[in-house]
Design a protein around this ligand. Structure first.
Ligand code: 13P
Length: 270
């Protein structure tokens, strides 16, 4: 029996202006929504330029807001970057870290992602840490190895955070380790229409849960949420959510249209 609250997270990527985002919120407001917070939490991770005012527009609809990326420093000479405190000031609750598009196009490394995960939790943002293998890696039988190294880097940094918590007590607003969200997104399934089978996704996600258990203990492994992402649509989301270890979905293309997002939400709340 799953006790974790399901998480439906839309990743809008580099789509939608600020006005488009507010129009999306207005369309949702005119729709009957599931809004059963105990069953499923709905979140939209919008481009940074669309975040202003979005949390306020979404709050009455029970849709949370997240960012797609952040820099680990509090502030500084990092042209073009955005910090955790800037995102928090706009009402963000989540931040996607280490999306495969950022790893591929912006050279985000496992070490970067690990550092940002710790910073996000310390500052009070829930990290959605993305991991996943390429097609070449899958076909070469490397999936488990890739997942172990991507997840392992994050878990090692979180263990260190725990170990140092005596000398460095968490600041007010810091989140516990159990807030961690991991999204398994096989790269070959992203935006291709070629989704992973629910069984294959469950198998990798179970491995991720086992890695969390080994590093951070059974209680945190039981509470941390692990999502599947990659060509999730209203007509296949339910098959993933039926799996014992899959706690939700990170959805790109199918989160862009209000009616499709609402249908994903309905399917998640069943
Ligand atoms: P699609 O749902 O468009 O395949 O994108 C998945 C994704 O990258 C979500 O982060």
């Amino acid at each position: 029996m799953k006790t974790r609250v399901k998480l439906l997270a839309g990743n809008w990527k580099m789509y939608k202006t600020h006005a488009d985002a507010l129009a999306f919120a207005a369309e949702l407001a005119a729709t009957t929504l599931p809004r059963d917070d105990a069953a499923v939490e709905a979140v939209i991770c919008a481009p940074a330029t669309a975040l202003f005012g979005l949390a306020d527009a979404f709050a009455p609809l029970h849709v949370g807001v997240g960012a797609q990326h952040m820099h680990e420093a509090q502030e500084g000479a990092f042209t073009g970057e955005v910090s955790a405190s800037m995102l928090l000031a706009l009402g963000c609750r989540y931040v996607i870290l280490g999306h495969s598009e950022r790893r591929a196009h912006f050279a985000e490394s496992d070490a970067n992602v690990a550092k940002k995960t710790v910073v996000a939790l310390d500052r009070g943002l829930i990290p959605i840490v993305c991991v996943g293998e390429t097609l070449e890696q899958r076909e070469g039988g490397q999936t488990a190895t890739v997942i172990r190294s991507q997840v392992g880097a994050v878990l090692a940094a979180l263990r260190e955070r725990e170990a140092q918590s005596d000398q460095n007590p968490p600041a007010t607003g810091a989140l516990p380790l159990a807030s961690l969200v991991v999204a398994y997104e096989p790269v070959w399934a992203i935006g291709t229409g070629r989704s992973s089978s629910a069984q294959d996704a469950q198998e990798v996600i179970l491995l991720i849960r086992e890695l969390i258990r080994a590093a951070l203990g059974a209680e945190i492994a039981q509470q941390a949420r692990i999502l599947y992402g990659g060509s999730v649509k209203p007509d296949n989301i339910a098959t993933y959510l039926k799996q014992p270890d899959i706690d939700g979905a990170l959805v790109g293309g199918a989160s862009l249209k209000p009616e499709s997002f609402v249908e994903l939400w309905r399917q998640s709340a069943l």
